[in-house]
Design a protein around this ligand. Structure first.
Ligand code: 4AZ
Length: 279
């Protein structure tokens, strides 16, 4: 029954893009040290777009991951504000090039995590419900969420993907092809020390890397602006698991300053609660 439902959901296509009412201009912003991704290799990767009247087009603002035919997980800081009209967003799925004659999916509901204030405070996760389920095929497939007892370590094979900047303020050039880079996970305690060392302003010995964050990357291998909201995935006995959502960091690809991700494991109960209550 469940699989029948899944099949039905996966066979229905999305809607054709139409411009919405409000005009919001966002700069198009890759992955540091990456390479071109092959079509269909990362079938959960989506682009979150907003309409730009300046460009007369839906432009990429953030990455995201399809975690269910009707749900995308992205970063909370990609959403303008908590009550943003969902019609101001569209989702591109199953493509490696950002622009072209493409079918965009409509967003019907946005759920920003209630604890989110700004990225470096944590809870940088948001759910987007799609008006129509994504047309799941070879190039469009949801990714499995990290399980509650699955600890990722520096030994795991992990990759981050996106259309973000190639270096700090160095935008990805046309034809805007999806980039991928293999990154090493850095333990939270090590990451905390690195970030403490790089922080000149210490306020009450404030913690920087919270338990709901995960660090990954090294000099020249990192995510960057425009990759936000996108997936950090690790290989788990031949299948991929979503372990992180691109969130923040000091610079991009800088030495001893890994990228910081929302730790998906910390948000699995919150995600499941929403998906199960409205599916
Ligand atoms: C950003 O500004 C951003 N190097 C995303 C990822 C990282 C830094 C900044 C990680 O969206």
């Amino acid at each position: 029954m469940l699989s029948l439902l899944f099949l039905t959901l996966c066979l229905v296509g999305g809607s054709v893009a139409k411009p919405p009412a409000p005009a919001i201009k966002k700069d198009l912003v890759g992955i540091v040290g990456g390479q071109n991704a092959a079509k269909g290799k990362w079938p959960w990767q989506v682009s979150l777009k907003m309409y730009s009247y300046y460009s007369s087009a839906w432009v990429h603002i953030c990455g995201g991951s399809l975690i269910h035919p009707k749900w995308v997980l992205t970063a909370a800081h990609c959403i303008h504000h908590r009550n943003t009209d969902p019609s101001t967003y569209r989702v591109l799925a199953g493509e490696i090039y950002l622009y072209g004659d493409q079918k965009l999916l409509t967003v019907s509901r946005i759920i920003v995590h209630p604890d989110f204030v700004y990225a470096s405070r944590g809870a940088d996760v948001a759910l987007l419900q799609l008006a129509e389920p994504a047309d799941c095929s070879g190039n469009v497939q949801p990714i499995r969420l990290s399980s509650l007892n699955n600890e990722v370590t520096q030994k795991d094979e992990c990759w981050v993907t996106g259309w973000g900047a190639l270096r700090y303020y160095g935008w990805l050039p046309p034809p805007f092809r999806l980039q991928e880079v293999k990154v090493q996970v850095v333990e939270n305690s090590v990451c905390e020390q690195l970030y403490q060392k790089a922080t000149w302003y210490h306020h009450d010995d404030r913690r920087i890397i919270f338990d709901d964050m995960l660090c990954a990357g090294s000099e020249g291998r990192d995510s960057c602006q425009g990759d936000s909201g996108g997936p950090l995935v690790c290989k788990n006995s031949d299948s991929w698991t979503l372990v992180g959502v691109v969130s923040w960091g000091y610079g991009c690809g800088w030495r001893d300053l890994p990228g910081i991700y929302a730790r998906v494991q910390s948000y699995v109960p919150w995600i499941k609660q929403h998906i199960q209550s409205s599916s």
